[in-house]
Design a protein around this ligand. Structure first.
Ligand code: MN
Length: 232
């Protein structure tokens, strides 16, 4: 096949302890999946499960034991961090029952769902789509994946995020309103999940604005720590 314009590479994530790479197909993100985050966002009452997506080219693969630069985007003065357990899909499926969801998970990594909060809130207030707030270039750094074949499927694990050495988020994935298997069941009602899809499972409270120069470190359990530097 001859392409009319030059082709491009898709992002591939590191696999911890392996030379293999994990190709990323799509990025799904769960909204409002921790109570303290829901409260800090000013949301009260029952909210049905919902998700949004980021374009795959916004994924920034981060190697274990390295600091990766991410650029501070334009059109915002409130670019916020959100640390999230990220599940990566290795097996195709639609309408997956929660009880069988783990069979579709190839592994887990730490991810950030960086957000132009000012634009997200502007969109929300005006009843408009969230893309300008969430579908942001370089807004999806993801660390090295640990295969589920070695780590299993965590139901509890400390989740934390530090900025310049200071804790900003401290929670546990056990605090998720809908745990990972329920998220997979939910998303797979709308999409046929495919190998290479990754799912950010939502952030706990403690979100806040990053600024150029900040070092953000994020962890979930024993997964390789994600380290990014925000650059102007
Ligand atoms: Mn998020």
């Amino acid at each position: 096949m001859k392409l009319a314009i030059p082709g491009w590479d898709i992002p591939t994530l590191a696999v911890f302890g392996s030379a293999e790479r994990f190709p990323v197909r799509r990025v799904f993100c769960m909204g409002l999946n921790y109570l303290d985050h829901k409260i800090e966002m000013g949301v009260t009452g029952e909210v049905p499960p919902f998700m949004f997506t980021k374009a795959v080219n916004h994924v920034v693969p981060c190697e274990a034991d390295a600091v990766t630069d991410i650029k501070y985007p334009g059109k915002t003065t409130n670019y916020q961090w959100e640390c999230e357990l990220t599940a990566v899909i290795g097996k195709r499926g639609a309408n997956i029952p929660a009880a069988r969801a783990n069979e579709h998970v190839w592994g887990y990594a730490v991810g950030l769902d960086m957000t132009r909060r000012d634009l997200q809130l502007w969109a929300k207030d005006n009843g408009l789509p969230w893309e300008v707030g969430k579908d942001v270039e370089q807004s999806g750094p993801v660390g090295a994946i640990v295969p589920a074949s070695t780590m299993g499927h965590p139901q509890t694990a400390a989740l934390w995020l530090k900025v310049n050495g200071e804790y900003k988020q401290k929670s546990d994935i056990a605090q998720m309103i809908r745990p990972t298997p329920e998220i997979i069941a939910f998303i797979s009602e709308y999409y046929t999940l495919e190998p290479g899809d990754i799912i950010m499972t939502g952030t706990p409270g403690g979100i806040g604005p990053a600024k150029p120069g900040d070092l953000i470190e994020a962890g979930v359990g024993d997964l390789p720590v994600l380290k990014v530097r925000v650059v102007a």
